[in-house]
Write a protein that binds this ligand. Structure first.
Ligand SMILES: [Zn+2]
Length: 304
C-alpha cells in the first residue's frame, strides 16, 4: 500500500516538474513593439518592427520597417545581442531599415555571424537572400558594405540569409540560439511573398501574422495556444478590393484569436483607416475573443 502511494507521489512530482519545464517563463521573456504603424509617412508612427527580449537581452528582431531602427536605439537594445533577424515580407514598411541596422552595427561590438530569415522569391518579389545581395552585395546599392555579406576580411561578422520556402501548409523551423526557435509558414498577402513567424523562447510562444489575408486558412493552427499573437490591423471590417486581398479584417482576426485560443492579442500595424476606429475594432473582436486585447504603440513593452 505504502509502496504504491510512494510510486504515485513520485509520478505526480515527475509530471509537475516536466510541465513546469515546458511552461512559459513569464519573468524571462518580453515583447517590445518598435514600430506599430504601416507604410504611411504621416501616421506619427514607425513602421513594423518588434523585439523579443530574453533574460534582459534583445535576442530576436522581427521585421525592420522604416523608422524601427530609431526605436531600437531608444529601447536600449544592443545589436551585438541579437541572435536572428526575421522578416515577414519585403514591403518597404517591413524591411527598409535593414541596411541602417547593418551599417550601424559597424560601431557596435558584434562579432558573431547573424542569420537573416525571410520569404523565398515569387514572381513579384525577390527572395530574402537576393534582397540582401541587391542591397549589400558586390553590385548592390550599398556595395561598400559587401564584406558583411560575401566575405569577412573587413567585417567583424557575416549576415547569413535563409529563404523560407513558400509552400502552403508547411512549417519550417530554425534554431536561433539556446532556448530560442523560430518557425515560419507561408501566408497569403495578395501578390506578395510573405511568411508568418512563431518565436518560441523559454517555453513561451509569440506569433507575428505580418501582413496577410488568411485566404490560406492556415494561421489559426500556426498560432495555436500562443502566449501572444501580434496581428496587423491595417484595414477596417468593411474593407474591399485590394485592401481585403492584402489584409485580414478585425472579424477575421477575432476568429483566428478565438480558434487558436491565444492568451493575449496585440493589434499593431495601424493605418489612418484603422487608427481613429480602434474602439470599434476592439468591439468587433470582443464579440468572439475574450482574452486581453492590447493596442500597440511604438516602444510598448508587452509582458507575458
Ligand atoms: Zn505588406
Amino acid at each position: 500500500m505504502f509502496k504504491s502511494i510512494a510510486v504515485l507521489i513520485l509520478i505526480l512530482i515527475l509530471i509537475s516538474t516536466n510541465s513546469y519545464a515546458n511552461q512559459c517563463k513569464v519573468d524571462q521573456v518580453k515583447l517590445q513593439v518598435l514600430g506599430s504603424g504601416g507604410p504611411e509617412i504621416d501616421d506619427g508612427r514607425s513602421s513594423s518592427g518588434y523585439l523579443i527580449w530574453y533574460k534582459n537581452k534583445a535576442r530576436v528582431l522581427i521585421d525592420a520597417g522604416t523608422g524601427s531602427s530609431v526605436e531600437f536605439d531608444k529601447s536600449g537594445a544592443k545589436f551585438a545581442d541579437l541572435q536572428g533577424i526575421l522578416l515577414t515580407h519585403l514591403h518597404v514598411d517591413h524591411s527598409a531599415d535593414l541596411p541602417g541596422y547593418i551599417k550601424g552595427s559597424y560601431f557596435t561590438s558584434r562579432s558573431a555571424d547573424i542569420g537573416l530569415y525571410g520569404p523565398a522569391a515569387n514572381y513579384l518579389m525577390p527572395s530574402t537572400s537576393d534582397y540582401l545581395q541587391r542591397l549589400l552585395g558586390d553590385k548592390g546599392a550599398f556595395a561598400y558594405l559587401n564584406d558583411y555579406v560575401n566575405k569577412r576580411d573587413n567585417a567583424d561578422y557575416k549576415i547569413v540569409a535563409t529563404d523560407v520556402p513558400l509552400i502552403k501548409g508547411q512549417t519550417y523551423e530554425y534554431t536561433l540560439g539556446e532556448n530560442i526557435k523560430a518557425k515560419a509558414t507561408f501566408v497569403h498577402h495578395g501578390p506578395v511573398a510573405a511568411v508568418a513567424w512563431r518565436v518560441e523562447v523559454a517555453g513561451c510562444s509569440i506569433v507575428f501574422s505580418g501582413d496577410m489575408s488568411n485566404q490560406f486558412d492556415v494561421f489559426s493552427t500556426f498560432a495555436n495556444k500562443a502566449d501572444i499573437l501580434v496581428a496587423s490591423n491595417a484595414v477596417p471590417d468593411n474593407a474591399i478590393g485590394a485592401a481585403l486581398n492584402l489584409h485580414m479584417t478585425p472579424s477575421t482576426i477575432a476568429q483566428i484569436a478565438k480558434r487558436a485560443q491565444v492568451k493575449q492579442l496585440v493589434l499593431s500595424h495601424f493605418m489612418k483607416r484603422t487608427l481613429p476606429i480602434q474602439k470599434v475594432t476592439q468591439g468587433i473582436i470582443r464579440q468572439k475573443y475574450r482574452g486581453p486585447i492590447i493596442l500597440a504603440t511604438d516602444g510598448l513593452i508587452v509582458n507575458l
